[in-house]
Each structure stands twice: as structure tokens, then as C-alpha cells.
Design a protein around this ligand. Structure first.
Ligand SMILES: [Fe+2]
Ligand SMILES: [Fe+2]
Length: 357
């Protein structure tokens, strides 16, 4: 006779088997083999944690007051021509880079990443990229900038165009709707991991960081504090995006070690080294004479320092051995320590200094 106890045992054995099956199928299992709607049990706790970290960082641009920035931007004496150039270059780059990143999540990654908790994070990240897109609309509106000028800088300013083009080239085959990769093949897996390195490690992990350093330097001088504060919140979001990307890359490689060939590794190191040079060229262009005690050669050293950290996080060898010239960048990322810094904002974020990038 079957008792309810037997039935309960059988049910829990079935659940364990289902959980084991889900785990074995990995992050890239085609939808025909995995049920992307079965959220529990969680196989990748880091994806869940990144989702929670994202929620703890919640913000919207309109919470940040812009009156002081509007006055400073209108004034003929507060900002130098070089400071205005640097601000415009960063608005020009970020305004379109955010939308490229969002498109990559929705049009590419969501198709191939079938694990439900990873997809849940991709949804959260896509929302955050929408907030970042909105931030540039809010800034353009507040400062009455010419939207045609800002939103075409990714085509008209060569140092910005070179960065976008480089990432797009790394991922072109995935973005082409006519080109479907076969995720079961070695080539397909390498193409996807190359996309992840292009967007998470290079775009969000290197190409955003000269801009962050420049904009947060302004904030330290009490200039354009509303704009800079939004860059600070974006930096905190991006540090979680970067963490998720690195976990994701490492998990895919661990599940598919055959893709991590010496040639593939060498190619990715070369991409990252090339990205550092493109970002340096961008910093020289945005800061031709140096301002605020910030020079492009020091930014170069900072880029080399962070590139080494990014490489190590995906188990590739550091290339530069450069010291961090901006230790204040790590401090500024921890808003809990800085909660009295901005009088314009009262919300205290929960997410703290656990992440170091
Ligand atoms: Fe973003
Ligand atoms: Fe991002």
C-alpha cells in the first residue's frame, strides 16, 4: 500500500532529479532542453545575488536636482572650455553606448542564455540600461543641449566612433538577424563568449571608466554635481553588470572548457589590450590639455590597472602591473560612506562596498 509518506519521498526525489537535470544542462541549454520558466531551484546563486544588488541600487534620474548644474552650465565663468568639452564628450559617448548595451541584452543574450535566474538578471539589467538612457535625456533636457549634436557624436567624433565600432565588430555576427549561431558548436560558444567579453568586460568594464573618472573628478570640485551624481549611480549599476558578466563568462567556460583554447584566450587578451589603447585615445581627445588635476596619461595608467583586474576576473593573465592612480574611485563607489556628500538626495542605498572593481 502506498502511503502519503512514500508519495512525499517520491516527490522530493523527483524534485532533486529535476534540479540535477537543470544543473547539468547549464547556462546555454537550448530552450527545447530546458524549461526557462522553472525558476526554482536556483542553480546559479550569483545571478540571484546580482539581481538583489540591482534592486538595492534602485534610482531614477528625476530624483537628482539639476538647478545648480543648470546655473553652472549657463554661467560664462564657472566651467572652462576644456571642462565643457570633456562633459560633452562623455555625454556623447555614454548616450549611445547605453542603448547599444541594452540592444545586445534584448536582441542577442536573451536568446542564448536560457537559465531562468540569469534571464531574470538580464531583465533587471535591461531595465537599468533604460534608466541610464533616460538619464541622458534628462540631462540634455535640463541643460538645453542640442540633441542632434549629442546623439550624433558616436558618428561624428572619431575617438567615440572607434570605441563603438570595435565592440560592434566583436559582436556583428550575433546582431545580424540573418545569422543564427549554433550554440551547440564550438564556434557558436566562442562567438557568444566573445560577445560577453565585448560588452561586459570591454564596453562596461573599460570603455565606461575613463568617463567615470573624469565625471567624478568634476564632482570632487563641486562642478556639475547633479550630472556627476547620476554618473556615480550609473557606475554602481555598471559594477554589478560587470560582476554578473564575469560570473557568466566564467560559468560558461567552466561548463564548456573546450571553448577556452589558447588561441581564443590570446585573441581575447589582444582585444582587451586594443580596448585600452582606444580608451586612451578617447581620453586624450576628451582632455587634450588636462583639467582638474586630471591628465590623460594618468587615465592611461588607471585603464591599465583596471584592465588587469578585468583580465584576472576571467582567469586571464594581467598584462600591465600598473598601480591604481585613483584610489578615490573605489571610495566614491561606496555610497554608504558618502551619504552626506550630496545634500540633494536622501535615499540611502543598501548595497555597499562588497564589490571592488
Ligand atoms: Fe548602463
Ligand atoms: Fe550596463
Amino acid at each position: 500500500m502506498t502511503t502519503s509518506h512514500d508519495a512525499a519521498l517520491r516527490l522530493s526525489a523527483d524534485k532533486r532529479a529535476a534540479s540535477e537535470k537543470k544543473r547539468r544542462r547549464g547556462i546555454l541549454a537550448p530552450e527545447s532542453l530546458v524549461d526557462p520558466n522553472k525558476f526554482l531551484p536556483i542553480t546559479y546563486p550569483w545571478a540571484r545575488q546580482c539581481y538583489k544588488d540591482g534592486i538595492a541600487n534602485n534610482w531614477i534620474p528625476e530624483e537628482v536636482a539639476m538647478m545648480g548644474d543648470i546655473e553652472q552650465w549657463r554661467s560664462q565663468t564657472v566651467l572652462s572650455e576644456d571642462e565643457r568639452r570633456m562633459i560633452l564628450w562623455n555625454l556623447g559617448f555614454f548616450s549611445t553606448a547605453e542603448s547599444l548595451t541594452a540592444n545586445n541584452i534584448v536582441l542577442t543574450l536573451y536568446k542564448y542564455i536560457t537559465n531562468p535566474e540569469c534571464r531574470q538578471y538580464l531583465l533587471r539589467q535591461a531595465y537599468e540600461e533604460a534608466v541610464h538612457n533616460d538619464m541622458f535625456v534628462y540631462i540634455c533636457d535640463s541643460l538645453s543641449l542640442d540633441p542632434d549634436e549629442v546623439y550624433s557624436m558616436y558618428e561624428t567624433i572619431p575617438s567615440i566612433a572607434a570605441k563603438d565600432e570595435f565592440v560592434i565588430n566583436m559582436t556583428r555576427s550575433l546582431l545580424d538577424p540573418a545569422h543564427q549561431i549554433d550554440i551547440e558548436t564550438l564556434e557558436g560558444k566562442q562567438t557568444l563568449v566573445s560577445d560577453l567579453i565585448g560588452f561586459y568586460v570591454i564596453m562596461e568594464g573599460i570603455f565606461f571608466y575613463a568617463g567615470f573618472a573624469m565625471m567624478l573628478s568634476l564632482m570632487r570640485q563641486q562642478k556639475m554635481v547633479g550630472v556627476a551624481e547620476q554618473f556615480q549611480y550609473t557606475l554602481r549599476d555598471e559594477s554589478v553588470h560587470l560582476a554578473f558578466g564575469q560570473y557568466l563568462i566564467n560559468a560558461i567556460v567552466a561548463e564548456n572548457p573546450e571553448l577556452w583554447t589558447p588561441e581564443f584566450q590570446a585573441q581575447q587578451i589582444a582585444h582587451i589590450r586594443h580596448a585600452v589603447e582606444l580608451e586612451y585615445a578617447y581620453a586624450q581627445d576628451a582632455l587634450p590639455r588636462g583639467i582638474l588635476g586630471l591628465r590623460s596619461d594618468v587615465i592611461y595608467q588607471y585603464l591599465q590597472h583596471i584592465a588587469d583586474r578585468r583580465l584576472e576576473r576571467i582567469n586571464l593573465p594581467a598584462q600591465y602591473g600598473a598601480e591604481n592612480p585613483f584610489p578615490w574611485m573605489s571610495e566614491i563607489m561606496d555610497l554608504n560612506k558618502e551619504k552626506n556628500f550630496f545634500e540633494t538626495r536622501v535615499t540611502e542605498y543598501q548595497h555597499g562596498s562588497a564589490l571592488e572593481w
